[in-house]
Design a protein around this ligand. Structure first.
Ligand code: NAD
Length: 497
């Protein structure tokens, strides 16, 4: 018995017949769990028309009423977070505790968006000229699109839609076709919270659905998260069609360990950040740069800790789950083969892991490489699996250069007890999010999330005040209420007076 996963449009499940569908699997068992409808261009047009109509009313709804809905949604999400986590684990494979963590990080953005009245407040200058006042306001854009990756099926859309909706927009979410169910569950929660039908819509699909989002004249802005080649495509196509775009791409996050660092903390952090969610996090640490003589000690501490990781079905209290699909598992395995062939030393080999699971899940155990160099494929490319590469460097400068020469610039971390070195690093490194003795520096909801270089296309990062800015347009009003002596004609350019 498999699930049929279809679109959520206008506050209900779609009743049409999809011309194309995709398959959804449980990655821990390899069993088919569902089929998901893929939207055609016409199906997407239907959803956009609904969102446009509903969005116009929602934008005219008072801030107080919008905020009441936001608070109600927050309460329902909080009450049902375990159910949502179980849905994520069943389709993504990450362990339940990690899935719950994802929901809670998304919930933080909902909580941030509950404060939207304060965030939308404009400025007011009285008497800029005689009898003239100026004030600024921010207004919603209309219909906005959110296209999300498989690795955070709940959290990544939640980086965007709470703020978009609170600000008065209507939303079309196009989830990853690999784990589509989480957004349908969220759609029901919005309905239960009292959000008017048609403000939050979920349209499933692949390139055809995405392309229609990018070209539809009534979609005003698109938030995308996914791999770098697709992010670049989204940015170029969307902006060519006059849309506001933020497209977050891939990553290769370096963790630098200086000789004075606490090596136990560094080893714990490298393992947690390297292998959590089987390395399928855009903020995962995938390159560890060991500076100076500490490399052997650090590697042996990491190896010890890796020996304790239990890989298996995420519903069984294991530490690390499977990769998302068989294709992705094979791709990661191929990277490990290439690493060996190109001369890296495999310290721990996850290819033959015996997982705690039933069936034919897509498992690879935690893998550690030493003596990785910057010309190797496993260093240059994003692997997106449980593979940690140690690169040895002699100096801080060499470590910094490695990071700054790398095309990606999402996150990075430095481990040291030297405040001066850490301060220099935060200033000199060309990366958007930096951890100091913190391995996965995902900003809190009231700051903004985003990388540099090939990790983000567009100007605006996700959530925080940048998110509010992205989902609204500014207006400045110059107003004068005439008194009887209005001053007569003057064709000169307006100046203060
Ligand atoms: P992906 O690029 O394959 O897919 C992302 C979205 O794009 C999906 O909704 C998918 O349906 C759609 N898509 C795929 N191919 C397309 C095409 N040819 N044309 C139009 N749309 C297409 O990414 P993924 O494998 O789902 O996710 C993993 C990637 O996302 C990794 O590279 C990871 O680093 C990145 N990621 C980045 C961040 C960040 O914040 N920078 C966060 C999470 C994930």
């Amino acid at each position: 018995m498999t699930n049929h996963i279809t679109h959520w449009i206008d506050g209900k499940l779609w009743t049409g017949k999809a011309a194309r569908t995709g398959e959804v699997y449980n990655p821990a068992t390899g069993k088919l769990s569902g089929t998901v409808d893929f939207a055609s261009t016409a199906d997407m047009d239907e959803a956009v028309a609904v969102a446009k109509r509903a969005g116009a009313e929602w934008a005219a709804t008072s801030l107080s009423k919008r905020v009441t809905t936001m608070f109600a949604f927050r309460e329902i999400l909080n009450a049902r977070k375990e159910e949502l986590a179980a849905i994520i684990t069943a389709e993504h494979g990450k362990v339940l505790s990690d899935a719950l963590g994802e929901v809670m990080r998304g919930q933080e953005v909902v909580e941030f968006a509950c404060g939207i009245p304060h965030l939308l407040k404009g400025g007011y200058s009285e008497s800029v000229s005689t009898g003239v006042d100026v004030y600024s306001i921010r207004q919603p854009l209309g219909v906005v699109g959110i296209i999300s990756p498989f690795n955070f099926p709940a959290m990544v859309p939640m980086w965007f839609f709470p703020i978009a909706i609170a600000a008065g927009n209507s939303v079309i979410v196009k989830p990853s076709e690999k784990d589509p169910s989480a957004q349908n569950f969220i759609a029901q929660m919005w309905k239960d919270a009292g959000l008017p039908d048609g403000v939050f819509n979920v349209v499933h699909g692949d390139k055809e659905a995405v392309d229609r989002i990018l070209t539809h004249p009534d979609i005003k802005a698109v938030s995308f998260v996914g791999s770098t080649p697709i992010a670049k495509y989204i940015y170029e196509t969307g902006t060519a069609h006059g849309k506001r775009i933020q497209a977050l791409g891939g990553a290769k996050n370096h963790m630098v360990v200086l000789p004075d660092a606490d090596l136990d903390l560094a080893a714990d952090s490298a393992v947690n950040a390297g292998f959590g969610s089987a390395g399928e996090r855009c903020m995962a640490i995938s390159a560890l740069v060991a500076v100076g003589p500490i490399a052997d000690d650090l590697i042996s501490k990491i190896e010890d800790r890796m020996g304790k990781i239990v890989t298996g079905d995420g519903t069984r209290g294991t530490d690390m789950g499977p990769l998302v699909t068989g294709v992705h598992r094979d791709k990661v395995k191929g990277y490990i083969d290439t690493g060996v062939a190109e001369g890296a030393k495999v310290v721990v080999d996850g290819r033959d892991v015996v997982p705690d699971s039933d069936g034919e899940g897509y498992f690879i155990g935690p893998t550690l490489f030493d003596n990785v160099t910057k010309d190797m494929t496993i260093y240059k490319e994003e692997i997106f699996g449980p593979v940690l590469s140690v690169v040895r460097a002699d100096t801080y400068e060499e470590a910094l250069k490695l990071i700054n020469d790398h095309p990606y610039g999402n996150g990075t971390a430095i481990f040291t007890n030297d405040g001066g070195a850490a301060r220099r690093f935060q200033n000199e490194v060309e990366v958007g999010m930096i951890g100091i003795n913190v391995p996965i520096p995902v900003p809190m909801a009231y700051f903004s999330f985003g990388g540099w270089k090939a990790s983000l296309f567009g100007d605006t990062h996700a959530h925080g005040t940048e998110g509010v800015h992205f989902f609204t347009r500014g207006k400045v009003v110059t107003s004068r209420w005439l008194d009887p002596s209005h001053g007569g004609l003057n064709l000169g350019f307006p100046t203060n007076g």
